[in-house]
Design a protein around this ligand. Structure first.
Ligand SMILES: [Zn+2]
Length: 164
């Protein structure tokens, strides 16, 4: 434990000049501090209880909307449903985070925008787990898994299999 803390402090200094992209920092915040559930996001953070990745979808034009919003930005409809998607996607972009932002946070970890296979541009920001950081690449197929933390099920992504 003490050793880890020392290592973390050393890394702090080394990487002080580096900055994670703004989006990355924001997403990290969203994931590592448990989200406050509201009617908009509850399905997304709770669907994992049933093994489902629930994404908001416009009931009128069928466009998927994530993060969930009360109104479809394409057609303006307020008829928004939640639909279980396949949980499969590809790494659209990612960053390797070596900064232990919180005590106990294991580094390095991968923060990625995963494009879900259901729709072009439908991105979920999360961590890639279950593989070495250096093996992650853009376009890598991934699949969702859930990690329960209190009353939320955090969707994480692990390496998937091509074509499945
Ligand atoms: Zn719509």
């Amino acid at each position: 434990m003490g050793e880890e803390q020392q290592a973390a402090t050393g890394q702090d200094r080394e990487t002080e000049g580096e900055r994670a992209p703004d989006r990355g920092a924001e997403a990290d915040h969203a994931i590592r501090h448990l989200p406050v559930l509201d009617p908009e996001n509850r399905a997304f953070w709770s669907g994992g209880a049933n093994g489902q990745l629930l994404i908001a979808r416009c009931g009128q034009c069928l466009h998927y909307i994530h993060p969930p919003r009360p109104r479809c930005h394409l057609c303006g409809s307020t008829l928004i449903d939640r639909e279980a998607v396949s949980g499969r996607g590809r790494v659209k972009t990612f960053t390797v985070n070596r900064q232990p932002w919180l005590p106990g946070l294991k580094v390095p970890y991968i923060l990625a925008a995963v494009e879900l296979e259901e729709q072009q541009g439908l991105h979920v920001i999360s961590n890639i787990v279950g593989c070495p950081a250096e093996s992650v690449y853009i376009g890598m197929p991934v699949r969702v898994e859930f990690e329960q933390a209190e009353d939320v099920w955090i969707p994480l992504f692990h390496p998937g299999v091509e074509g499945r």
